[in-house]
Write a protein that binds this ligand. Structure first.
Ligand code: GTP
Ligand code: MG
Length: 391
């Protein structure tokens, strides 16, 4: 039998194509993504990964800058550890390392040009059992996450012609003090219309003093990527040396999720530093329940189980995830609208869901996979806003 006229399925799909093309034109400008989160949660590391994955990586000039950051990271790491020998009443194992200790404690970081003896003394101290003992008690003071990574490779970094590897750059640390923007293009899967889309990604500083600048970039943000350092459950923030770092992160998330300026933005939480969290939970000296006593009653659901993974680590990461999910659900439904606590009923609040990913921002492969999901999700959010359902 021969059918005449237009196949309704084809007509529908042509209409869908038209809608998508119109939307793509509209968004040719860019999709704006904002990275938020407390200090040291990994925002700038995500920017570096986007440069690796979607732009051409790092220029020789940028590599030179990162090499200097890395030398500063080594200096910060070894001076922090050495200072804490006395604070924690720990003796050096080798008496002859006293000279190295005195040298490191006398460094003026503002006027330091990294002479050869600095590296020699640093390597000596780093291999001393006393300093290693201080390192194992790092939850008691403020140490940068990359300290061990770079102290283990001082002999490489000290070379005058040292050029940092991609891994070195990803581990290097410099506090963000201004708003940065990167632009890149992402291919759109065929099922969402094909072609490519421009993304603008904004990075801000996460420490308390920096957060008043955040509002400058809230306008027109389609998606907030909220970074959480999950491994910091046993640390206090640098700013007041008092507030628990994970609690600070939860508080910031609550205020961003409920911010009226971001009510039309999608939220994706990156539960970051999974590598450090796993190491801490399985081999560390601290336990989450010491800081969050409710952890004792937390049960892992069967949907979150994975026979390949350490059970305690799974429990820890899901416990932390649920702290954020719970906040996103503390929104009451009234007259078909969702209202954040404290808002008036007349405030229009769109229904939103908060999505979570477990991430290790220093792992390019992990970030690549997670971002495939994130990009698709952002495209789908936008399509559903114009009435196209592509599930
Ligand atoms: N091991 C490990 N280190 C990470 C991870 N994510 C970030 N880091 C390291 O943590 C440190 C801080 O990361 P940044 O990206 O600078 O943090 P930030 O959120 O930009 O911090 P501010 O600029 O102060 O707001 C860097 O040394 C990173 O290499 C991770 O998943 N695993
Ligand atoms: Mg930063």
């Amino acid at each position: 039998m021969v059918f005449c006229g237009v196949d309704p399925n084809r007509r529908q799909s042509r209409e869908l194509e038209k809608k998508i093309t119109a939307w793509m034109k509209d968004y040719k400008k860019a999709i704006k993504i904002l990275l938020l989160g407390a200090g040291e949660s990994g925002k700038t590391t995500i920017i570096k990964q986007m440069k690796i994955l979607h732009i051409s990586g790092f220029s020789p000039e940028e590599k030179r800058e990162k090499a200097q950051d890395i030398r500063n990271n080594i200096m910060e790491g070894i001076t922090t550890l050495t200072r804490n020998l006395d604070e924690l009443n720990i003796e050096l194992e080798q008496e002859e390392n006293q000279e190295a200790k005195d040298y490191i404690l006398s460094i003026d970081p503002e006027n330091f040009n990294f002479p050869e003896e600095f590296y020699v003394y640093t390597m000596q101290l780093w291999s001393d059992a006393g300093i290693q003992e201080v390192y194992s008690q790092q939850h008691r003071f403020q140490l940068i996450d990359c300290a061990k990574y770079f102290l283990d490779k001082v002999d490489v970094v000290k070379q005058p012609d040292y050029e940092p590897t991609i891994q070195d750059i990803l581990h290097s640390r410099r506090r963000t003090t201004d708003i940065q923007k990167i632009e890149f293009e992402v291919k759109v899967p065929k099922k969402y219309g094909g072609g490519s889309l421009n993304f603008w990604m904004y990075d801000v500083g996460g420490q308390r003093g920096e957060r008043k600048k955040w509002i400058q970039v809230f306008d027109g943000i389609q998606a907030v990527l909220f970074l959480v350092s999950t491994s910091c459950f046993d640390l206090v923030i640098r700013e007041d040396e008092e507030t628990n770092r994970l609690q600070e992160s939860i508080n910031i998330f609550r205020s961003m999720w409920n911010s009226r300026f971001l009510k039309y933005s999608g939220f994706i939480v990156f539960l970051n530093k999974q590598d450090i969290l796993k190491e801490k939970v399985t081999h560390g000296r601290t336990r989450i329940a010491e800081y969050f006593p409710e952890y004792n009653n937390y049960k892992l659901l069967s949907k979150d189980r994975d026979s390949q993974e350490n059970e305690e680590y799974l429990r820890a990461r899901c416990f932390i995830r649920d702290k954020f999910i719970d906040i996103s659900k503390q929104v009451v439904k009234r007259e078909g609208r969702r209202l954040a606590p404290g808002l008036q009923p007349q405030d229009d609040w769109p229904a939103r869901e908060c999505y979570c990913h477990f991430t290790t921002a220093t792992d390019t492969n992990n970030v690549r996979i997670v971002f495939e999901d994130v990009h698709n999700m952002i495209i789908m959010w936008n399509l559903s806003e114009i009435g196209v359902n592509v599930s």
